[in-house]
Design a protein around this ligand. Structure first.
Ligand code: NAD
Length: 246
């Protein structure tokens, strides 16, 4: 259960972030959701389940990342769980890569996670119960994909950020863990899945034989934030239908 917990999920108007926010809402948490764009109806849907606030902020800027978390703590009057999820993916051929591609991905996928996490630690009250940070990595944190050098490198950085923050923050009572999705159908991946024969080819590579859905991911976030996970820190839980086991 997440009854009465105060949770902020970044990048949560669509896809995996929305599914995690909804799982927290069903488990009784109070929520702040976020996007750099308008809320797309997510606020209304989640408000039917729990107290929910939407804060528009661009997590690819340091001020956006810090500001979101500080404002979330203010609106809820507490903050015990931060889920770093807002991430981007861009497929560019190796020889066409430009500094701009690198910056766009790293500013959001890596720097955004770091400064949101820093702001979370700064906003923590002295006796916050079981505070934790969850970072969404990927199976690409471990296994590379062709033509995905920048994204793969950013997700590898997320894996090490989880471990490094876990070690750094353990004595302050803050746990840091990750969720590593495999292939999940969301607005981010739908176009790619629908191009040519991609969907069929990918399905054949997944031991469980189906593409993941955002709802396959949500409950894991609730667990990692819960008292049942109180001795778990520095870990990434891969949710991939068996891809990495293959
Ligand atoms: P998505 O594009 O469907 O949703 C991303 C959310 O983040 C949206 O709500 C979007 O509005 C928001 N967002 C985008 N840029 C932002 C910014 N600059 N500031 C604030 N919010 C922003 O993506 P998704 O597929 O749900 O991916 C979520 C996370 O999961 C990402 O970190 C992604 O790398 C990771 N992931 C996804 C898959 C997959 O197959 N879909 C697999 C592995 C990892």
């Amino acid at each position: 259960s997440a009854q009465g917990r105060c949770v902020c999920v970044t990048g949560s108007t669509h896809g995996i972030g929305y599914a995690m926010a909804e799982a927290f809402a069903r488990a009784g948490a109070r929520l702040v959701i976020n996007s750099h764009l308008p809320d797309n109806g997510a606020l209304e849907k989640l408000s039917a389940l729990t107290e929910c606030h939407f804060i528009q902020a661009d997590l690819s800027t340091v001020e956006g990342a810090r500001g979101l978390v500080a404002e979330a703590a203010g609106r809820l009057g507490c903050l015990d769980t931060l889920v770093n999820n807002a991430g981007t993916f861009r497929d560019v051929d190796f020889e066409d890569l430009e500094s701009e591609n690198f910056e766009r991905t790293f500013d959001l996928n890596v720097r955004g996670y770091l400064f949101a996490s820093q702001a979370f630690v700064k906003a923590l009250g002295p006796d916050q119960d079981n505070p934790s940070i969850i970072c969404v990595g990927s199976t690409n944190s471990l296994a590379a994909e062709k033509n995905s050098v920048i994204y793969d490198t950013s997700k590898g950085a997320v894996l090490m950020m989880i471990r490094s923050m876990a070690v750094t923050l353990a004595r302050r009572g803050v746990r840091v863990n990750g969720i590593g999705p495999g292939i999940v159908e969301t607005p981010l991946t739908r176009k790619g899945l629908d191009s040519g024969d991609t969907r069929r080819i990918l399905k054949a590579q997944i031991p469980m034989g189906r593409i993941g859905e955002p709802d396959d991911i949500g409950e894991a976030a609730v667990f990692l934030a819960s008292s049942g996970a109180r001795y778990i820190t520095g870990q990434m839980l891969y949710i991939d239908g068996g891809i990495l086991a293959n």
